[in-house]
Design a protein around this ligand. Structure first.
Ligand SMILES: Nc1ncnc2c1ncn2[C@@H]1O[C@H](COP(=O)(O)OP(=O)(O)OP(=O)(O)O)[C@@H](O)[C@H]1O
Length: 260
């Protein structure tokens, strides 16, 4: 095992010269990335730029790709997707504790951890509900609770709020940030929403042509508001890195398929 000082200072995620591709198509072209423990990072990029490919590589879920490079990630990783992926034939609590074993540092068994996690995301009392009895936002809350049960050192989130309406999404932003504050995992959040990235993350990366074209620190205090006038400066830099024209009235990354 590495000495304690090295364990405390070494990044949670270390990527060096990472290349990934499908057939003759190179998607990630020699990426370097270090994420310190507890850092909240957002990842923006046009559709097809390789955001999910990077997430899958970090989660070690990419056995169908070719590639090379160095990648080190923590052992305890949770992944949250755009759809909750709750099993419809299992009740909410059963979904949340699925696969969890043993006791945690406080001696809590998985069911106790599951109940506590559901309470943390505002779903206390819904343990015996079926997933179909939850709203879309509540299903994503349950998905976040399921990720907490594993006490992740790293949370990977692939557009977790992309299918929710704008108001629910804002509530989920507050919840995610509160959960991060309490548990302090490193987070890598893929999003198409520039404002979501600025409001939630302390560092925003833009992926373009297989490389990071921008690595931006968001130096604003939390909790952040969508009304904060300082958001504009960061929005400008990010939209410009994404090649989005000034007159576009949305802060979502428009669908521009990356050509092979
Ligand atoms: N299993 C696969 N086989 C072949 N090509 C793939 C496969 N998965 C992804 N690709 C290709 O790799 C490229 C990057 O895909 P990826 O899903 O990582 O992009 P993305 O940035 O997450 O896109 P989006 O924002 O639309 O989700 C795309 O061109 C996609 O078509």
């Amino acid at each position: 095992m590495a000495p304690l000082t090295e364990q405390l200072t070494r990044p949670a995620v270390h990527i060096s010269g990472l290349t990934r591709g499908f057939g003759r198509r190179t998607v990630l072209d020699g990426i370097d990335l270090d994420i310190p423990p507890g850092q909240f990072v957002a990842l923006l990029g046009h559709s097809g730029s390789g955001k999910s490919t990077l997430l899958r590589a970090i989660a070690d879920l990419d056995h169908d790709v070719t590639g090379s490079g160095e990648l080190r990630a923590p052992q305890r990783i949770s992944v949250v997707f755009q759809d909750s992926r709750l099993l419809p034939w299992r009740r909410v609590l059963q979904n949340v504790v699925l696969g969890a074993r043993g006791t945690d540092a406080q001696g809590k068994n998985p069911v106790e951890r599951g109940r506590a996690a559901l309470a943390e995301v505002g779903l206390a009392g819904r343990e015996r509900a079926w997933p179909s009895q939850l709203s879309g936002g509540e299903q994503q809350r349950a998905a976040l609770a399921r990720s907490l049960v594993w006490e992740p050192e790293l949370l990977l989130a692939d557009e977790p709020f992309g299918a929710l309406d704008a108001l629910t999404r804002i509530r989920m932003h507050t919840l995610l940030r509160e959960l991060w504050d309490r548990h302090r995992p490193s987070v890598l959040l893929v999003t198409h929403d520039v404002d979501e990235a600025i409001v939630l993350a302390d560092r925003v990366l833009v992926l373009d042509q297989g490389r990071f074209s921008l690595d931006l620190t968001i130096d604003l205090a939390h909790p952040r508001s969508y009304r904060d006038p300082h958001l504009g400066e960061y929005r400008e830099q990010l939209l410009s890195a994404l090649g989005v024209e000034d007159d576009v009235s949305t802060t979502s990354v428009p669908t521009k398929e990356v050509q092979p």
